[in-house]
Design a protein around this ligand. Structure first.
Ligand code: CAO
Length: 646
């Protein structure tokens, strides 16, 4: 028995490469060349193969560590004779899946590969409408490097191999034909082999453009079949742009087919009304397959006219029916809302579908108003950023989700000395909740004044006695009690709307929250089952909760389960305000400062203590009649204390 050390092999000069996966454990038996770990740079991932077989006795690196050539990674116990071979062996092998660039190999050789326009079905002078790469870019095999477009089809030209773009021979708007130079790629290969400078590879170009071939049937109804699509078989229908009963004009796109390399629009061969559709999205079709029946306008055509003018495939055999030069319509990003007026290459459309992006929403910056991959990336990036900032930011971010323009930041320092103050968590939450509630709830606020002359006389008479018991008796407990009874009398206020917009929750319990202006912000502790409690009990419990709030000792449970909220600014002042409903509750009572006012009693003015009440409610749940009854009940209960004991 002897031991062997396995080192990081030559990794093409890369340094501080991250270990993203360790595939073995201490005690594992490994074979020569078995992948023991995976390293990854920002451009390549590579497996490190074992340079000897044996049993793993220690692992010198951890996932997430960074390594360089020569670093020790494993120690193994080698069975039998020492297996010597260590060194330059471990040529990292390009990991399968998403590797972007050829991983550096021990004996890697850089070669240059001229990439030319592949067979594009005989089409000539096809316009370059998008160049998807820049000099210096690393491309993977199959990545789109340019998009070509005829008047009927667009097609991606993919890179035949992975490599770095050394030079680009074409410009946007150039026209190219098969064999025309596109660009030069620097590629790496494991051995000094002649790099296959294959003519561009790609299929791309079953692309094709077509005009659906109608076949006359009786009564002016023509069957429209898949036209010549350049020999492509089993091509997927990715969009059906018409419905039964639709009137189409000759040349209107009726559906879109897509291979992995090209998308093509099938235009209507004639004007008419769609009588039936024989295919569905996702169906695979070939030339001659039936697509739909069209009741053609005007004179019935007597012979089938194999139309079709493959844009890119072989020049069409004497195209028959006139084909309106319909723009390439390609795919729809969202099939239910086809983006048939959006111009984009197949790969962009495919990416849009993968990302669930409606292409028509993406601002197009490409030639002739085409949506490019960069446009799509910019759209998604902006959407992600917006979503990410929404939950944490204050009201402005909340509003942005509604499409309301944000209030711009202003540099106030230009007007004088300023300081940026961080908002507390409670303040940020309050801002978000207020904005959410304000934007979601159609608010109505009703105002009234309750005559609390007797209530105040009674309260003041009791105040000293209560104080001896350690209870502070302000108008608030009376208001809580009166509101609880008003809720019982007017159950329309004791509900919560359900998110489905079709139902609401009717509550049988009566819990009331009180807004407290605490040192950390506005908090709303909740008194439970208030309808079953006396004013004194309510006062005691309210005192406790308010103290807890002021001492910042409220627990989440203290602030849950409210049915209705009272926000009293009575001790502060004001004659009225419009409180915002504390969702998911549907009503909130704002209380302003009571004042002595002259009131006409039928014979004379007499001084009465009047308490301004402001009742805001969610007009989705509560109608004006409910609110009027609620307020009237509340008013009468506060004016005549006997009602509170009923
Ligand atoms: N009119 C006249 N005087 C009033 C009054 C009213 N409506 N309400 C209370 N007062 C008096 C009290 O009687 C007390 O005086 P006395 O000691 O002489 O009796 C004094 O004002 C102070 O009362 P208080 O503020 O200590 O107690 P409270 O029960 O009225 O209020 C609380 C408690 C927690 C509701 C209050 O302190 C508070 O934080 N209010 C702010 C709520 C808020 O910020 N709302 C706005 C939210 S946005 O909708």
């Amino acid at each position: 028995m002897s031991t062997e050390i396995i080192h990081v092999p030559d990794i093409g000069g890369a340094t501080d490469v991250e270990v993203i996966e360790i595939n073995v454990q201490v005690g594992d038996m490994i074979e020569i060349d078995q992948a023991i770990m995976v390293l990854e740079t920002d451009k390549a991932s590579m497996e490190v193969p074992a340079s000897a077989a044996g049993k793993v006795i220690s692992i010198a690196v951890a996932e997430g560590a960074t390594v360089n050539e020569g670093d020790v990674v494993l120690e193994i116990e080698v069975a039998g004779a020492s297996v010597a071979v260590e060194a330059p062996v471990a040529a990292p092998v390009v990991a399968a899946a998403p590797v972007v660039e050829v991983a550096p190999v021990a004996a890697s050789v850089t070669a240059e590969l001229a990439v030319a326009v592949p067979d594009i079905g005989g089409a000539t002078d096809v316009e370059v409408i998008e160049i998807c790469v820049s000099v210096g870019d690393d491309v993977g095999e199959g990545d789109s490097i340019v998009v070509l477009e005829t008047d009927k089809a667009s097609m991606d030209i993919p890179a035949p191999v992975a490599g770095k773009v050394v030079s680009i021979s074409i410009n946007m708007g150039d026209t190219v034909s098969e064999g025309g130079a596109i660009l030069v790629l620097a590629t790496q290969s494991a051995a000094p082999v002649a790099v296959e400078v294959a003519p561009a590879p790609v299929a791309a170009v079953e692309a094709i453009a077509p005009v659906a071939a109608p076949v006359v049937t009786a009564g002016g109804v023509e069957t429209v079949n898949v036209p010549d699509i350049g020999g492509a078989e089993g091509v997927e229908i990715i969009e059906i742009s018409i419905a039964i009963g639709d009137k189409v004009e000759e040349g209107d796109s009726i559906l879109v087919l897509e291979t992995d390399k090209a998308s093509m629009e099938i235009p209507a061969p004639k004007s008419g009304t769609v009588k039936s559709i024989s295919v569905n999205i996702g169906d695979k079709v070939s030339e001659g397959d039936m697509l739909l029946d069209l009741e053609v306008e005007g004179v019935v055509v007597s012979a089938p006219a194999p139309v079709a003018a493959p844009a890119v495939s072989a020049p069409t055999p004497a195209a028959s029916a006139p084909v309106k030069a319909a723009p390439v319509v390609d795919t729809a990003a969202v099939l239910s809302t086809p983006s048939k007026n959006v111009h984009a290459g197949p790969s962009v459309r495919m990416l849009a579908r993968e990302l669930g992006v409606e292409l028509s929403l993406v601002r197009a910056t490409g030639p002739r108003g085409r949506v490019t991959k960069e446009d799509l990336h910019a759209y998604v990036k902006a959407a992600v950023q917006k979503a990410a900032s929404a939950p944490v930011a204050s009201s402005s971010a909340v509003t942005s989700g509604t499409g309301i323009p944000q209030i711009p930041d202003v540099d106030f320092s230009q007007f004088g000395e300023v300081e940026i103050v961080k908002m507390s968590k409670i303040k940020k939450l309050t801002a978000q909740n207020m904005t959410r509630n304000w934007l979601n709830v159609p608010h109505v606020t009703q105002f009234d004044k309750a005559d609390i002359t007797e209530l105040e006389a009674f309260r003041k008479g009791l105040k000293g006695e209560m104080e001896k018991q350690g209870v502070k008796l302000t108008p608030l407990p009376f208001l809580i009690k009166a509101a609880a009874q008003a809720l019982v009398e007017n159950p329309a206020f004791n509900v919560s709307m359900r998110a489905d917009g079709e139902s609401y929750v009717q509550k049988s319990y009566v819990n009331i929250g009180i807004a407290v202006d605490s040192p950390i912000g506005l908090v709303v502790p909740v008194l439970r089952n208030v309808d079953t409690k006396s004013v004194v009990q309510i006062a005691k419990e309210a005192n406790v909760l308010i103290k807890k709030a002021l001492d910042k000792k409220l627990l989440p449970a203290d602030m849950q389960g409210g049915c209705f909220t009272i926000s009293s600014l009575g001790a502060i002042g004001g004659t009225g305000f419009t409180p915002i409903v504390n969702c998911p509750e549907v009503g909130i009572l704002g209380v302003s400062k009571a004042d002595v006012e002259p009131r006409w009693n039928g014979k004379e003015f007499e001084p009465r203590t009047m308490l301004p009440l402001c009742l805001s409610y969610d007009h989705r749940a509560v109608n004006g009649g409910d609110a009027g009854r609620f307020m009237t009940y509340l008013n009468s209960a506060l004016s005549d204390l006997r009602r509170l004991v009923l």
